[in-house]
Design a protein around this ligand. Structure first.
Ligand SMILES: Cc1ncc(COP(=O)(O)O)c(C=O)c1O
Length: 438
């Protein structure tokens, strides 16, 4: 294992990174275990973000690591086009059990972005299979993040992810975002105000006609845009309107799936069932890349009524990769054996108390929490959006905690196995960072 600095950092074009700044002041992680990373200087870094929201069971989870080691030695690769291997089928069954059989089928991808593109394509093909081929529009939401495929950025609503790329998918419209600091600042759980924003879907439907709309896609809790929690009743209303108009509802559960809100999926937390869910990240505890689209039985049924032949012309070389399947099967076992959801639920109040204790520190203008997620919004420096929070991120890393920032919002999403002592360490150090921030 290489734990020393790379000879050169010139050639790696880093994703979503200020490459020049990073390479001048690198932050290099070399190993991880449980709640901590170790950096190249041998310092422990408490992981306040589960990597990128993707390590619910903690790092280097022994059972998952062992399962990956075993599978890579047994079956390094097997195609799933007109072929199969047992782990892909076993995992699909286990995943259906994990949803209490409320979903009928799962389609494997390698990432959240691919899961989103897959779900959008399934939505289009579903309507076409039913003779409803005019339903081709998608409705996303402002400030939504659905990965970086062309489908995902088209339905997504983060301007920076769209602007450089010109024309997107045609026929996409957006609901307004639900963030409202004036009415909803400092919330625990769902904010009071804003359920009426779901009614904007009626306006969009009357503009385009329901017969042209295939699907609505939203994150139940928007993460990458800075932790936007749905107002009370908002998701239920969206569900009602989609049902009323024959529009499929897709929840992008890439960050919220696998326990982030202390329930299997965010839909379970809010008591709202979408027709499809896109997932990734926690699916394999971040160990091996994998995504998955969960679909209701009726969607799959529509494809199976077609004349014999390939029912869905879609798939990835690595759909259902054996090593990813092994990682995911082990992850689900760890969830069960270690009662990860119950543990997370037991930590949620202590977590929320700790986050809200930061109220009143310099520059803090909002704090919002749900499950094991926190958003801490800072006032931007005039004319320099994002700089204040990014400075906090760098200082936090120097002080031994990994936080994540988007714009001027600090977003926290620790491994779900964290203990009170980790919460104390995280917010003790973060408070010091904020107190000393210009
Ligand atoms: C809600 C949501 N959807 C999709 C994605 C994209 O996932 P990936 O980066 O695995 O493509 C992300 C990533 O953060 C996400 O938060």
């Amino acid at each position: 294992m290489n734990e020393s600095r790379p000879e050169s950092m010139a050639s790696f074009w880093m994703p979503f990174t200020n490459n020049r700044d990073f390479k001048a002041h690198p932050r290099l992680l070399v190993s991880a275990e449980g709640m901590y990373y170790k950096d190249v200087d041998g310092r422990s870094i408490l992981d306040g973000t589960a990597g990128l929201w993707c390590v619910p069971c903690g790092h280097a989870q022994p059972k998952i690591v062992a399962a990956v080691r075993e599978m890579v030695g047994q079956l390094d690769f097997a195609p799933t086009f007109q072929m199969g291997h047992p782990a892909a089928f076993d995992l699909a069954e286990r995943l259906m059990e994990y949803t209490n059989h409320r979903y009928g089928h799962v389609f494997y991808t390698n990432s959240g972005s691919e899961a989103v593109d897959t779900a959008l394509k399934i939505a289009l093909a579903y309507h076409k299979a039913r003779g409803d081929a005019s339903r081709t529009r998608f409705i996303g939401r402002e400030r939504g993040y659905h990965g970086v495929g062309f489908g995902g950025i088209s339905v997504g609503g983060i301007a920076g992810n769209r602007k450089p790329y010109g024309v997107m998918l045609p026929g996409v419209d957006h609901l307004p975002h639900t963030h409202n600091l004036e009415l909803n600042a400092y919330t625990r759980g769902e904010p009071e105000h804003g359920a009426n924003l779901a009614d904007e879907l009626e306006r969009i439907v009357s503009l385009h006609d329901a017969s042209t709309i295939a699907a609505v896609i939203v994150e139940p809790v928007a993460g990458s845009t800075g932790v936007l929690i749905p107002p009370k009743g908002y998701l239920k209303r969206l569900r009602e309107l989609c049902t009323k108009h024959g529009i499929l509802l897709i929840f992008d559960e890439v960050i919220t799936g696998f326990g982030r809100l202390t329930t299997p999926f965010a839909g379970d937390y809010f008591g709202v069932e979408p027709d499809m869910m896109t997932t990734a990240k926690g699916l394999t505890n971040g160990t091996i890349p994998m995504g998955a689209v969960f679909s209701k039985q009726f969607i799959h049924d529509a494809f199976m009524e077609a004349p014999a032949g390939i029912e869905l012309f879609h798939g990835y070389t690595y759909s259902g990769h054996p090593v990813a399947c092994a990682a995911s099967l082990a992850t689900l076992e760890v969830f069960k054996e270690q009662n990860i959801l119950e543990h997370a639920a037991g930590m949620a109040e202590y977590w929320a108390d700790a986050v809200h204790s930061l109220k009143g520190l310099p520059h803090v203008i909002d704090i919002r929490t749900i499950g094991l997620i926190a958003g801490i919004e800072l006032a931007p420096i005039a004319g320099k959006p994002g700089v204040r929070a990014f400075t906090a991120f760098k200082k936090a890393f120097e002080d031994g905690i990994l936080i994540r920032t988007t714009g001027d919002i600090i977003a926290l999403s620790p491994p779900l196995v964290l203990e009170k002592k980790h919460i104390d360490e995280l917010f003790g150090k973060l408070a010091e960072v904020l107190k000393n921030l210009d």
